[in-house]
Design a protein around this ligand. Structure first.
Ligand code: 13P
Ligand code: ZN
Length: 301
């Protein structure tokens, strides 16, 4: 970059910062940041985020990037390899929670606990352009998030923008007592509460216990995300995806509530899963028909 280019950029940055200051707008007040922060807080309120448990990423729209750019750091930080490669998302920007940071602290200090990162053109490295101050880094599950974004963007024609990971108690408890396969979990959850099949008609995937935070669990999860928008991690938690913060949070909330009901029903039933009453497969088919949704038939008898 020539001296003149640098001078021009410094000037533009200065104007943009001044513009932000004059209008009284800050990054924290932009709609997508507020939605992100609210979800973090809602998840904390639900009890899904002990200590630094859980993480969240949002893929910015082009308009988001344009409104946010004036608040970006003057100098982006260094490129960091991700250990996975997602060429389809090369150049994309994500708002992400920081590794080791607590969901309960996000609302009080967004700039410290969350940040915006940009992927390089080949999609195998990122750099921080805003937030995560004081040496913060994106979540350790960033490789899983980015790979999930890539497969969900492809599966939803670009609709998917949010990937959310939490440690909801009842879903985790279920992974101790059921065979760890997608069909078993899907059927139990669909039958726990009538509207589940409407909320997640493709069912849930299940990843057996694995070491978190690396490329292997990222690949296993994204494989299942190709045809599910929710994936359970045995003895760990849940990953969900969606177009909006509302639909993504609502999906995780619904799955966790269904798991809660299933656990309570089994306890009331002396631990047995041989319930007196249940939703039949025919009943599930009827809901799908009446609500005009395409259900994953391979999970029905
Ligand atoms: P981070 O603090 O790195 O986001 O990790 C939390 C977590 O839930 C790992 O699975
Ligand atoms: Zn976790």
């Amino acid at each position: 970059m020539t001296f003149l280019d640098q001078a021009q950029e410094a000037l533009t940055q200065g104007f943009d910062t001044a513009r932000g200051a004059v209008s009284g707008v800050a990054m924290e007040q932009l709609g997508f940041v507020r939605g992100f922060v609210r979800l973090c807080n809602d998840g904390w309120d639900q009890g899904w985020h002990e200590r630094n448990g859980g993480n969240l990423t949002y893929r910015l729209t082009d308009e988001d990037v344009e409104t946010a750019r004036k608040f970006f750091d003057k100098e982006p930080r260094e490129w960091t390899p991700m250990g996975v490669e997602v060429p389809s998302l090369g150049g994309a920007y994500f708002l992400t929670t920081g590794t080791g940071n607590y969901m309960r602290n996000v609302a009080g200090n967004p700039k410290k606990n969350i940040g915006i990162v940009q992927l390089n053109e080949t999609g195998d490295a990122y750099r921080i352009v805003w937030g995560l101050i004081d040496g913060g880094r994106p979540t350790s599950e960033f490789p899983t998030h980015v790979m999930n974004h890539a497969v969900r963007v492809a599966a939803t024609d670009g609709e998917c923008r949010v990937i959310y990971h939490a440690h909801p108690t009842n879903v985790i408890a279920m992974t101790f007592v059921l065979p760890l396969d997608s069909r078993t979990f899907t059927r139990v959850l669909w039958k726990a509460m009538t509207e589940c099949v409407v909320v997640f008609p493709q069912g849930v995937g299940v990843v057996p216990w694995m070491v978190p935070g690396g490329a292997d669990i990222a690949k296993a999860t994204s494989e299942l995300m190709k045809d599910h928008d929710a994936v359970v991690w045995a003895q760990h938690g849940l990953f969900v995806s969606g177009a909006t913060f509302d639909s993504t949070f609502g999906l995780l909330h619904t799955i966790e509530k269904a798991a809660d009901i299933y656990g309570k029903a089994r306890m009331m039933n002396g631990g047995s899963d041989a319930f007196m009453n249940t939703i039949t497969d025919e009943g599930l088919r009827q809901i799908a028909k009446d609500f005009n949704i395409s259900i994953n038939e391979s999970y029905l008898d």
